[in-house]
Structures are given as C-alpha cells and as structure tokens.
Write a new protein. Structure first.
Length: 368
C-alpha cells in the first residue's frame, strides 16, 4: 500500500471514525482503525461491535492495500502534522510509514485480516431529515435515557415516524423527553425502533461537523444506518417494547406559568447547592402574584430560598422536583422562555418551550 493524501482530509476522516472506538475494548484490533487504499480513495472503518463508522477521502493511490492502525496514536499524530500533503505506505508487512517534508514515522500495526467484518445493512425503510433538525432532536432527548443497562430499552431512544414526522422519546422512568421533527422525505411505511443512546450521542458529534443539509436514515430489522457527507454510521437496534409513555403525559393544566430559562436556571443552581444533602430535592411554590419561590429544605449545610418572576395562569400550586432533572431540560431546551405545567402534587410536571408543542419534557415529583 502506498498513497498520498491531504493532511486536512486525513485528520478529518480519522477523527470521524475514531468516535466508534471504545477505550475499554479487550480485543486489540478493535482499538485500531482499518485503512484501505483502493481505486482513487482511502477508506476508513472502525467498530466496537455495536456501532461501526466508515468514510473515505480522495487519495493518489500508487498501490492498493489495507492495514489497521492504533486509533489513539494516529489521531494524535496526524493532528500535529503541519504539511499539506502526507505519504502513507506499508513496510515490512505490518508497519505503516508516514512521511511528510520534515518527518519520517513508523507505526506498528495489526494485519487487516484480523479486523472484524462489518456487515452491510439490508435495505429497509428509508427517510431523510435536515441535519440541524436531527441534531436538535437528539440534543433535547438523549440526556433523558437511562445510564443503567439493566433495562436495555430505557438505555435507548425510541425513534418512530407518523407520516412526515419523526418522533424521538427517551426516559429513565424518572423523567421523559419527547421531540417531534418534520421529515424532508418520509418512509413508505411508518417505522418503530429503539436506537442505543450512545449511538445517537456519537452521531450528534458527526453531524455537528457535517456540511450536508440532510441525514439519510435506513432502518432494517435489527440495524439502523445514518449517512451524511460520505460518512456512514451503522448501529444495532435494541430489542424490546418501549414503555407506553404517552399515557403518563398529563393533559390537564391546573397551573401553567411561563418563566425565563436563564433566570430559573440561575436560581436552581444556587438552591441546588443546598439541596444536594437532600437527594437534590427542591420545592417550587407558584402563586398568582407573579412569583415562584424555589427553595431547599434545611440541611446540615443550611438552606436557600429564592424568587423568580413568572406569568401564571390558574391556581396557586407547589411541587417538589429533582433540581438536576429540571436544570437538564433548561440547559437543552434552547429557548429563552419555558412553560411549566403543574397539576396535583403527585402528578408529573410538564416543561415545554413557550408557544411550541414540538417538545415536551416531564419530571416525576418527589415525595416530601
């Protein structure tokens, strides 16, 4: 294998596929990136056996070949090169030589034959969504997925379509986030699948750098693929039945108030310093005088009470919530103002952007 390519392109591609590398891999070859020179392209692939990422760049290929190179080492090394053009070649079978105008480097590699075969995803239901819209949908939902894998379905994000709308929903059973996004191209049949949260987190890093206007999605029986700008991410799907979450979203509006996201976030951050001693529990007391009192219970470190201006419709109300869960949604909601809906003290709190029904977030109340 021998080729010449641009350092910028090489650095970009390596950083893209590096996102599938799991540092806790016990199989050495899974810590490597597969490089394959063929035709006029240099192809890159990586996998952790749950997700696989592949892409390619233009290259002046003098002789074809393939090798796997340590991901951490080559990622760091290529990023530090200053030359515009780089030469890659194989020497002694499993050594990758990297040459630029003022450096000559040899990296010990693993034979490409040891790299696991990445299965091609079957053609299934396909749809497209604008990159910015998908990125926003992921950002506003994935954080609510469970970190505990004892219930696999909760460690994923339910992804399903209704006509020309795709809906993402995630829950850890204490909170729920749902986002509706319009599709650029809808599937011929509605789809229903559970995508691992980590897959979507890695996807968000990729599409955050992408320049393409649409992400193309292909859903087969047990796999899903996302394609944009010549990059493809393939992931397994999670088997199982996602909770019927829609029935727990309150429809009543005993108390509804709007509030500045920035103001409420600042108050919550102060109050939560004292709430940590009490399972992050904060009390929200909303009254018709245009004020909401946010307070912690007195603990061994003290207590905090702070007011924030609100616009209230409905009755006076109060509820105890996990401060971090409320802060999370205020961080990711991406709006200046939010609407919060309260009912009975045992009913979930509903948080939405002001004047929008595309996003909804609910938090289960805490017992006082």
């Amino acid at each position: 294998m021998k080729l010449f390519c641009a350092q910028h392109d090489l650095d970009y591609a390596i950083n893209i596929v590096n996102k599938a590398i799991n540092p806790n891999n016990t199989l050495p070859v899974l810590n490597n990136i597969l490089l394959k020179a063929e035709g006029k392209k240099l192809y890159f692939s990586s996998t952790n056996l749950e997700i696989a990422i592949s892409c390619s760049i233009d290259a002046d290929v003098r002789s074809e070949g393939a090798i796997t190179v340590p991901a951490k080492l080559i990622t760091g090394y290529i990023s530090l090169l200053t030359d515009e053009k780089v030469e890659l070649s194989l020497t002694e079978g499993v050594n990758l030589t990297i040459e630029s105008s003022n450096s000559h480097t040899k990296i010990k590699c693993i034979n490409a034959d040891e790299f696991p075969l990445i299965p091609k995803i079957e053609k299934g239901q396909e749809f497209s969504v604008k990159t910015a819209h998908l990125l926003k949908a992921i950002t506003e939902t994935v954080f609510a997925a469970s970190l505990n894998t004892s219930r696999p379905v909760l460690s994923g994000v339910l992804t399903y379509t209704k006509g020309d709308i795709v809906i993402l929903a995630a829950t850890d059973s204490y909170r729920l986030a749902e986002k509706k996004t319009k599709l650029s191209k809808k599937p011929t049949e509605d789809i229903y699948c559970i995508v691992p949260a980590r897959t979507l987190m890695e996807l968000s890093k990729i599409i955050g750098r992408a320049e393409g206007s649409d992400v193309k999605v292909n859903v087969s029986t047990n796999q899903i693929s996302f394609s944009i700008d010549g990059v493809e991410l393939v992931s397994r799907l999670i088997e199982g039945k996602f909770p019927d979450y829609e029935k727990i979203i309150p429809l009543d509006k005993k108390t509804e108030f709007s509030v500045s996201v920035e103001d409420l976030s600042l108050v919550l951050k102060r109050v939560s310093l004292f709430a940590r001693e009490n399972n992050n529990s904060v009390r929200l007391n909303v009254t018709n005088d245009g004020k909401a009192l946010v307070s912690s219970e007195e603990t061994k470190v003290g207590e905090e009470k702070a007011e924030v201006s609100v616009k209230v419709n409905g009755e006076n109300n109060k509820i105890s919530l996990n401060a971090q869960y409320l802060l999370d949604v205020l961080t990711y909601i991406g709006e200046e103002k939010a609407t919060i809906i309260l009912n009975e003290k045992t009913s979930p709190a509903v948080i939405k952007p002001l004047n929008s029904d595309e996003y909804v977030y609910i938090i289960m109340p805490l017992k006082v």
